[in-house]
Design a protein around this ligand. Structure first.
Ligand SMILES: C[S@@+](CC[C@H](N)C(=O)[O-])C[C@H]1O[C@@H](n2cnc3c(N)ncnc32)[C@H](O)[C@@H]1O
Length: 343
């Protein structure tokens, strides 16, 4: 079993990790009151004070409209209101000065404080989206465009994505000279039919776009993924359902270098909290069994994976750097999440 030395450096690091988790919880509670509401000048001042209090980057909350207006998808593709038995395209007006998340969780500092960047536009925005019941699968909103930026940039040769949505990523890939073809796996036939009817005719491309009706988990194999030069997996709505799907994918133990996962940093921020709490419990010499039992079902599964993973390791952790490596290293976390545990 891994062990954590009781020295001053580790003691200080553990208090800093715990403080960063409290700060994150307090930040979320503070900012929630203002999100998705048009800001009055007074509210804007309060939001700025909150951002300053937690050491957030960025000077102004007012966003540059060009993030949207110069995005080729937002500019060129129209989604008319239309419904199928399971999904629909709809259009919402986002009033000017509405405070919104502009990206998913990002780490700030070296511990466990993660935050959503926020901002507003000075114009009313007509925002189309793909909805299935209460789930908004996709819209060309700043948070989607910004969080997908890396995946767009890395697309080259034969590209694969899992999750069609409104075809934002396929469209941006097809515009790139380096991209030869795009393949998409989508499990909802209505999403595919709607896309073929409304969106595809607006794609002005001679390159191959193949949409396969199927389940992402079935296609997530070495053999299939190796047919492509780059793959971007994006079939979840946010980090919470994303973590559940991401763990299922990790359990398949595919470790290819050319695959990325949408909002992976944000998804892992949830797993890191449990890994950190597990290591703190170990350091404090408290009962791991009681710690695991105190968690809800999803987190219990995560903690059991951490327990099985760290039980097999034998190193002694004696510095902050070594401790933070166990919490933050992406390769290590992917391996930890791939550990099988019974339900
Ligand atoms: C967030 S959207 C994808 C957005 C897309 N990247 C885009 O650029 O528009 C997620 C999509 O994944 C699909 N989906 C959900 N679970 C799936 C699964 N198990 N297999 C395949 N597709 C799935 C949903 O129907 C939805 O169309």
């Amino acid at each position: 079993m891994i062990s954590i030395e009781k020295n001053q450096e580790i003691k200080t690091a553990i208090s800093a990790i715990m403080q960063s988790m409290f700060d994150q919880r307090n930040y979320l509670a503070d900012i929630l009151e203002y999100l998705e509401k048009p800001l009055t000048p007074g509210m804007e001042k309060k939001v700025e004070t909150i951002l300053k209090k937690y050491g957030m980057p960025g000077e102004s909350l007012a966003l540059d409209e060009r993030v949207l207006t110069e995005n080729p998808y937002f500019k060129n593709i129209r989604l008319d209101k239309i419904e199928t038995p399971t999904v629909k395209y709809s259009k919402d007006i986002i009033p000017k000065r509405t405070l919104m998340n502009t990206d998913f969780n990002r780490q700030l500092g070296k511990y466990l404080f993660h935050y959503h960047p926020v901002g507003y536009f000075n114009i009313d925005l007509e925002m189309p989206s793909l909805k299935e019941g209460n789930i908004t699968w996709m819209s060309p909103a700043p948070s989607e465009i910004i969080s997908m930026g890396d995946g767009v940039e890395k697309g080259t040769g034969k590209c694969l994505t899992m999750g069609l949505g409104i075809g934002l990523l396929p469209y941006l890939w097809l515009l790139k000279d380096e991209v030869e073809s795009v393949t998409v796996i989508e499990h909802n036939k209505d999403v595919i039919d709607l896309f073929n009817k409304v969106i595809l005719p607006q794609f002005n491309t001679s390159k191959s776009l193949e949409i396969i009706h199927g389940d992402a988990f079935e296609y997530f194999t070495d053999e299939f993924l190796n047919r492509f030069d780059y793959a971007y997996i994006d079939f979840w709505e946010s980090n919470e359902d994303g973590l559940v799907d991401y763990i299922r994918l990790m359990e398949k133990k595919v470790t290819l270098p050319h695959i990325d996962f949408w909002i992976e940093e944000s998804i892992l921020s949830l797993a890191k909290q449990i890994v950190a709490l597990y290591l703190i419990t170990l350091y404090q010499g408290r009962s791991i069994t009681e710690f695991i039992a105190s968690l809800d079902e999803d987190n219990r599964r995560l903690a059991r994976k951490a327990n099985k993973f760290f039980k097999k390791r034998t190193e002694v952790i004696s510095t902050e750097e070594e401790l933070l490596y166990l919490i933050h290293d992406r390769k290590l976390l992917r391996e930890l999440l791939s550990v099988p545990v019974s339900m």
